[in-house]
Design a protein around this ligand. Structure first.
Ligand code: UDP
Length: 471
């Protein structure tokens, strides 16, 4: 091995662009600012043409290896995504071992960094004496939840939604049981058992990198640093979000936005999987109409069963616009645009005409909104989104929350009120001011003296030194 070789990092991304994108941004940063080279290990199951072209467009110092396809014939097609993920990760252990061993032979491999579901792969790196860190693609509050839930699990037996008191995570807002991560809502489920196993695995990492920054979560970030002896060291290295340069504007949303006044349009989108029920789609439509505000809505085919149905159904031929109320598109054509399934989100958020974002509060969407200084309306659907919404409204104060009925439905009147308030009201001004401050803080966190840059430098220095020892 040549000592002149750049130190090399092996990243492993869970299926889904939402995981791959921030990990790729982290890799780019390490390549461009800290002189590393990198390889991405990806799972062939669930790979897509979008993913392949994304990987091949990365910096020349970043290459990728597709791990062998994992047969999943024994798993019911109706299984939750977590169960599929669990099988893919555990069955890939021998392949990851081979890939890391071979990278160790051909590069100066100084670290293995899987993303949030990859804890079962850490022992492989340990076996091969490769430093092993996790990249947590969500935020500090969610990481604290991962680190502390196993203790709450031991101490209680009821379903979390029935807990008499909220969960007190250090440095965070009290978290009611009904707002916990989706996966743990049925304690007897295999998905819950698996995620608890993943959570416990965090302790075998040598460090945890988080895609957040101090000003976004002052309390939670301090808590993570203070309770050092309880878990591996935590490095806040974000926000890493997409530039949007690669986005394609299939439906000409940007041309339409060009025709709208500054900060007047509400963008509505629910991430890569978010799906509303038929009834909720109708209420949202009438609510937007009644608000009198301009809007750009990424519409999905409704599902009454699954709030993340679109993850699996992106390719269906059914036209989502057919599910809108009769005459809706025509009646709103002077101030509303609807697009089926997908929009170039970062470019839309960056557009002058965009004044608000009604979002499912996925962490990537949240960071994209902060990076563009766009205030939000929270509409959490699955995963850790209810926790994110709590933090955005009651923590950093960059979002408004519509009030839902007991059964979860947000009625049209409530939609109209909250939309008007965000685009045109006093509370809208206040969240706008706060998100603009946070936008500046995000830039400064990544600047040469910024907290996130310094934290990443600390982790990078460790890898660099461990690499020297092994040469
Ligand atoms: N996204 C997009 N256009 C859409 C919907 C989503 O470009 O119409 C992108 C969005 O910009 C973000 C990602 O998909 O980068 C969604 O990630 P997030 O973590 O917000 O949610 P998830 O899809 O993981 O639920």
């Amino acid at each position: 091995k040549l000592t002149t070789q750049l130190p090399h990092i092996a990243f492993l991304s869970s299926p889904g662009m939402g995981h791959l994108i921030p990990l790729a941004e982290l890799a780019k940063r390490l390549v461009c600012h800290h002189c590393f080279s990198a390889t991405f290990l990806t799972f062939t199951n669930f790979s897509s043409p979008t993913q392949s072209s994304f990987l091949s467009s990365l910096h020349p110092s970043i290459s990728s290896i597709s791990l062998p396809f994992i047969p999943l014939d024994d798993i019911p097609t109706s299984a939750r995504i977590e169960i599929i993920l669990a099988a893919i990760v555990s069955r890939s252990v021998p392949h990851v071992r081979d890939a890391l061993a071979s990278l160790k032979q051909t590069t100066r491999l100084v670290a293995f960094v899987p993303d949030l579901f990859g804890t079962d792969l850490l022992p492989v790196a340990k076996e091969l004496s490769i430093p092993h860190f996790m990249f947590f693609t969500s935020n500090c509050m969610a990481l604290l939840f991962f680190l502390h839930l196993p203790s709450l699990h031991m101490a209680t037996t009821c379903e979390y939604r029935d807990l008499p008191e909220p969960f007190l995570l250090p440095g965070c807002l009290p978290l009611p049981g009904k707002d916990f991560l989706d996966t743990v809502m049925d304690r007897k489920s295999d998905a819950c058992t698996w995620i608890l196993h993943v959570m416990k695995g965090y302790n075998s990492a040598q460090g945890i990198l988080v895609n957040s920054f101090e000003k976004m979560e002052p309390g939670a970030s301090k808590a993570l640093k203070n309770e050092k002896e309880k878990h591996p060291p935590v490095y806040l290295v974000g926000p890493f979000s997409r530039s949007g340069l690669d986005e394609v504007d299939e439906f000409h949303c940007l041309d339409w936005l060009d025709q709208q006044p500054k900060s007047s349009v509400l963008f509505i989108s629910f991430g890569s999987g978010g799906t509303l029920s038929m009834k909720q789609t109708t209420e949202l439509a009438f609510g937007l109409e009644a608000s009198g505000q301009r809007f750009l809505w990424v519409v999905r085919c409704p599902s009454d069963k699954d709030k993340s149905a679109a993850f699996f159904n992106m390719q269906i031929s059914d036209n989502p616009l057919n599910y809108l109320p009769d005459g809706f598109i025509k009646r709103n054509s002077d101030r509303g645009m609807v697009v089926p399934s997908w929009a170039p989100q970062v470019k839309v958020l960056a557009h002058m005409a965009t004044g608000g974002f009604l979002s499912h509060c996925g962490w990537n969407s949240t960071l994209e909104s902060v990076s563009q200084g766009v205030p939000m309306i929270t509409w959490p659907l699955y995963a850790e989104q209810r926790m994110n919404a709590l933090m955005l409204v009651d923590g950093v104060g960059i979002a408004l929350r519509p009030v839902a009925r007991e059964d979860g439905l947000v009625e049209r009147g409530e939609v109209a009120t909250v939309v008007k308030e965000l685009i045109d009201g006093e509370r809208g001004k206040s969240v706008l001011r706060k998100v603009k401050e946070l936008q500046e803080a995000a830039v400064s966190a990544l600047s040469p003296e910024g907290s996130s840059h310094l934290d990443l430098t600390k982790a990078a220095d460790q890898w660099m030194n461990s690499g020297k020892e092994s040469i």
